[in-house]
Write a protein that binds this ligand. Structure first.
Ligand code: GLU
Length: 268
């Protein structure tokens, strides 16, 4: 049951040590939850087995604790909306993938990395925005079967319609993206692992997140996520995209600027 207390989340991918920018995102979420008597949830986005590690996850939790950004639900704490590791939620993503397949909102795509690279380069050489042009969108059943017989494994792509995708951002106001510019995106890769955009929508919905507060580098992801909310019949949360921490040269704070992780500052 949805109460009127906000539920916000911090959803890091443990692929490195906690970045100052992410710590700031966590702080905004934590403050918002505390101010309104709501809940601050920690969710570990660890579906990418090759890039995530337990060590970074442990460091991350240690750094959050050091900053006194304690979570109400999440790893170590538990809670009624768990599990809080995406790697333990794969059955939930398959369930919703099944729904999107039967509603014909997605289709199997057999393109190889090489084919996709080639398409990207062709579009770039024509000075067009690289995006998937829908090669596998209208394959017949026979064509699909024959590709599978050749050993090709399918990823699943979402059929993006044309026309604007609009949402209101609590910080930036009305936002508008064009469907044409997005292209059919992958929601589940051929190895069965869900994409970030798909997993996040399923999780934010099931965890009853009321406000998504994150960096403005996620604005175009939010457009993609809106399409998923609509097609899954989920009510989207409110969105607030905050500015990013920049270096002296006004570009996004990165290692080039010096220390960027909470850990480095802590050690100093
Ligand atoms: N795992 C994503 C990241 O670290 C989460 C983004 C989000 O808040 O949706 O960028």
């Amino acid at each position: 049951m949805m109460s009127n207390k906000p539920r916000v989340r911090f959803a890091p991918s443990p692929t490195g040590n906690l970045h100052m920018g992410n710590a700031r995102t966590a702080l905004f979420n934590w403050l918002f939850a505390k101010h309104y008597g709501g809940s601050f949830i920690l969710r570990i986005e660890d579906t990418d087995q090759e890039r995530t590690s337990r060590k970074f996850e442990n460091n991350l939790m240690e750094d959050l604790k050091w900053l006194h950004l304690d979570w109400d639900e999440g790893p170590e704490k538990g809670g009624e909306f768990g599990p809080y590791h995406q790697s333990e939620r794969l059955d939930l993503y398959s369930k919703y993938l099944g729904k999107l397949i039967s509603d014909e909102r997605v289709y199997p795509c057999y393109c190889t990395e090489e084919e996709l690279d080639e398409e990207r380069l062709t579009l770039l050489s024509m000075r067009m925005m690289p995006r998937y042009m829908g090669k596998c969108r209208n394959l017949t059943d026979n064509e699909r079967k024959s590709l599978e017989r050749k050993g090709r494994r399918a990823a699943f792509r979402f059929k993006v319609g044309s026309g604007p995708i609009e949402f209101d951002d609590l910080i930036r106001g009305p936002m508008k993206f064009e469907g044409e510019a997005i292209g059919d995106f992958i929601i589940v890769r051929s190895n069965g692992i869900p994409s970030y955009n798909f997993a996040v929508v399923v999780d934010d919905h099931l965890m009853e997140i009321t406000h998504v507060i994150r960096g403005e580098d996620h604005l175009s992801n939010t457009a993609i996520q809106m399409l998923l909310y609509r097609s899954l019949d989920f009510v989207p949360p409110s969105f607030a995209h905050h500015s990013l921490i920049l270096g002296k040269d006004r570009t996004k704070l990165s290692k080039r600027h010096g220390s960027v992780s909470v850990r480095e500052f802590r050690e100093k």
